[in-house]
Design a protein around this ligand. Sequence first.
Ligand SMILES: *[C@@H]1O[C@H](CO)[C@@H](O)[C@H](O)[C@H]1NC(C)=O
Ligand SMILES: *[C@@H]1O[C@H](CO)[C@@H](O)[C@H](O)[C@H]1NC(C)=O
Ligand SMILES: *[C@@H]1O[C@H](CO)[C@@H](O)[C@H](O)[C@H]1NC(C)=O
Length: 427
Amino acid sequence: MKLLAHILCLALALAWAQSQEEHAAAVLDRCKGLEMDAVAVNEEGIPYFFKGDHLFKGFHGKAELSNESFAELDDHHHLGHVDAAFRMHYEDNPTDHDHMFFFLNNKVFSYYQHKLEDGYPKDISEVFPGIPDNLDAAVECPKPECDEDSVIFFKGDDIYHYNVRTKAVEEKEFQSMPNCTSAFRFMEHFYCFHGHMFSKFDPKTGDVHGRYPKEARDYFMRCSKFSDDSDHVERERCSRVHLDAITSDNAGNMYAFRGHHFLRKDEGNDTLKADTIENAFKELHSEVDAVFTYEDHLYMIKDDHLFLYKVGEPHTHLDGYPKPLKDELGIEGPIDAAFVCEDHHIAHLIKGQNIYDVELKVNPRVAGHERPISLFKKVDAAMCNIEGVKVFVGNHFYHFDSAMLFVASRALPEQHKVSLEVFGCDH
Ligand SMILES: *[C@@H]1O[C@H](CO)[C@@H](O)[C@H](O)[C@H]1NC(C)=O
Ligand SMILES: *[C@@H]1O[C@H](CO)[C@@H](O)[C@H](O)[C@H]1NC(C)=O
Ligand SMILES: *[C@@H]1O[C@H](CO)[C@@H](O)[C@H](O)[C@H]1NC(C)=O
């Protein structure tokens, strides 16, 4: 009887713990439209979204406790959550360059490479004289985006331009802009979040041009479902979330995959079309890892499986597929990216920091010729066509004249913007 009571007790405790966990996870689902407390981009360009005592890194994935990344934030529980955050990014100010600043009530924390600087936290009035406590948002604004290297602080409808060099404060009125609850600078653009909406603004004048506010989830998060009035083409073109896979067939038709959706552009037609993966590639459902095109077929890799579709309307899934990747291409998943260049019969597979070649005409196929990739830690997607190889990493892509040059290259070529230069989204 005693044992039974014990077991019952344990079961109840487990159930309680689980429900607590589910509760926390349910509350912090960013796809449900959270209002973030603060946003800042880290030194690698990855945005950090703060909410309560949690932190979302990048555009997808679960929330983590902020104290796992920034331990000392925890020693000051009475301060509550992060009100505002920004990353100092001024190369001619070496002492503070790349430091992340967090504002909690009347205190400011300065972190460098995730370590709290000596003497911090300090009073905001000491470090940023003339800037009030209990801020709503903050964002860095380097020259020439602002006239001087500055930080823009937001509190209610008050805007302060803080000159980093002279410490002069200029109050501004941003009339057309809503009160920001958080703000950040991303790929040279300035965004003000208010609730789960955002507006892009001119940092000098606060002017908002174009159709705003927009839904933050559509551009800065990777969600499986979007609101009914979300314009799928517009959202996928302009999303800042990385691609899963991209390919172009010999005829010049392009397919780009992200999460549950894909964009398609047909040769000779600049109109992009969006659809769900579920609709066009039913067997695959969503979230493909890598795709290449070879002899009128789309080779779609997901985890340890290969899905094979004949290109056409509709695309037909070949009988007997999916098959194990190991049997079909002689390699284990997960694969990050894959491409075949024109007229060649070699699939180049990128897995972590290595690239492998698979001779497609040989049976059984084997992944050989392993070489390290020196330029990137992680590749999201890659494609090859007449123009050469495009390698996609986050919001950017890089062009190489051939697969060989991509592997041999030791210097990063010019960075191109995915949304602008592949999908023609200019905002
Ligand atoms: C972070 O905070 C949580 C909850 O507030 C606590 O349980 C945990 O021990 C803290 N972790 C660190 C590394 O301080
Ligand atoms: C913006 O902030 C001001 C206080 O500075 C407040 O009076 C006003 O109601 C706020 N506007 C909205 C829409 O919340
Ligand atoms: C391009 O595609 C769009 C959308 O399917 C279609 O309406 C249009 O007629 C096509 N244009 C050409 C030139 O084929």
